[in-house]
Design a protein around this ligand. Structure first.
Ligand code: M6R
Length: 366
């Protein structure tokens, strides 16, 4: 049932190219010239009339929500708030019939997310679900939604569901941007065509499995890790840190890179591994100077860079070279090596990666 893999988690990491393909099937045409998320088209009047979107989720799904905010705000020019479902539901939130709430949940059974949906619905908001488990409670409680279609996820640490959620959020933003006319044809086509190439690029990244396994051996000593990213990579840093802590029990923090100097940089010394997402995009130069700040304090920098990078490779202690993609799709590439890094560190430490202590696959109690 693990398909020859030692753990479900590794199997699910390796399934991602196929999962993303399945997630896009029937939604993006073969020529990569159109994206149709039927739930968006069927409800476009309601969605376009919204004064804002609120995305509610927990854990990894909340990290996907942060990427969704960035996508929807930049492509559709609609304000988006991201909320932990558990906080939202107990805050007596200001919400009414002009709001659209997007609920993201792999299992569709997370108690806090379901309660947030019910609360928002009772205030008249329109609810859009992004779930994996077909027929689960959250899709039944929403007005409409899109399944991510990545197949059952067994490992407690969420992997393929995250990339599936990000793929659906990308298609949602693209479909809406097209309807709203906030995207020009050239940009639209560039993103759709590149989205279609993501499964192949993920396959390239998966070839790094052996070298990431080797690299991981060095870090089993660590008691702490810092993960840094900016822009679209900031939620990826949070997700990388969450993966590491839940399966290896190493304390890890994800931070927006520029926040380091406002406190956390005090933690950096020669013992501290700092994973930095430093791929080629608009914030590259800024991230480069953040790396220099870490190196000046002797931190051990593991940098995720775009293939061919010659600048960061000179300063970082280790570089993981990744295929180039466009900025808004970068999370679909950069997430994969971080999943592998967490996986291999946990395996090196002898941990039960599929069933980490104290955790359940779906949190059906609050
Ligand atoms: O099923 P959901 O997406 O609603 O689950 C939300 C979180 O419980 C889940 O993402 C959790 O954080 C994972 N263990 C992360 O790997």
């Amino acid at each position: 049932e693990k398909g020859g893999y030692p753990h479900f988690m590794l199997k699910e990491i390796f399934e991602q190219p196929d999962c993303i393909h399945d997630c896009m099937r029937g939604r993006i045409n073969v020529e990569s010239t159109s994206v149709v998320l039927s739930a968006v088209i069927d409800n476009k009047d309601r969605l376009l009339a919204a004064k804002r979107f609120i995305i509610v989720a927990c854990g990894t799904s909340w990290h996907a929500a942060l990427i969704g905010k960035h996508l929807i705000e930049s492509l559709c020019r609609i304000p988006v708030e991201v909320e932990y479902a558990s906080e939202f539901r107990y805050r007596d939130p200001v919400i009414d019939s002009k709001d659209v709430v997007i609920a993201i949940s792999q299992s569709g059974e997370t108690a806090d997310t379901l309660a947030a949906v019910e609360l928002a619905r009772s205030h008249g908001a329109f609810i859009y679900g992004i779930c994996n488990a077909i027929g689960s409670s959250i899709p039944r409680a929403t007005h409409t939604g899109s399944y991510i279609h990545v197949g059952p996820e067994i490992g407690v640490a969420s992997t393929k569901a995250f990339t599936g959620q990000v793929t659906v959020l990308t298609m949602l933003a693209l479909t809406l941007a097209k309807e709203k006319n906030t995207i020009d044809e050239g940009q639209f086509l560039a993103i759709v065509q590149e989205l279609n190439r993501i499964p192949d690029k993920m396959k390239e990244v998966l070839k790094l499995n052996g070298s990431i396994a080797e690299l991981s051996k060095i870090f089993t000593y660590a008691h702490n890790f810092i993960y840094l990213g900016r822009g679209y990579s900031y939620p990826v840093a949070l997700e990388g840190a969450l993966k590491l802590k839940e399966i290896s029990y190493i304390h890890a923090e994800g931070y927006p890179a520029a926040e380091m100097k406002h406190g956390p940089i005090a933690l950096v010394d020669a013992e501290m591994p700092v994973v930095v997402i430093a791929t080629q995009n608009g914030l590259y130069e800024k991230v480069l100077s953040n790396i220099q700040e870490i190196k000046a304090r002797k931190g051990k920098v593991i940098a995720l860079v775009t293939k061919g990078d010659t600048v960061i490779s000179k300063i970082a202690d280790t570089c993981i070279e990744l295929p180039e993609t466009i900025e808004c799709l970068d999370p679909l590439i950069t997430t994969v090596p971080l999943q592998l890094l967490a996986y291999h560190i946990a395996v090196c430490k002898g941990m039960d990666v599929d069933q980490p202590r104290n955790l359940a696959k779906s949190v059906t109690v609050e």
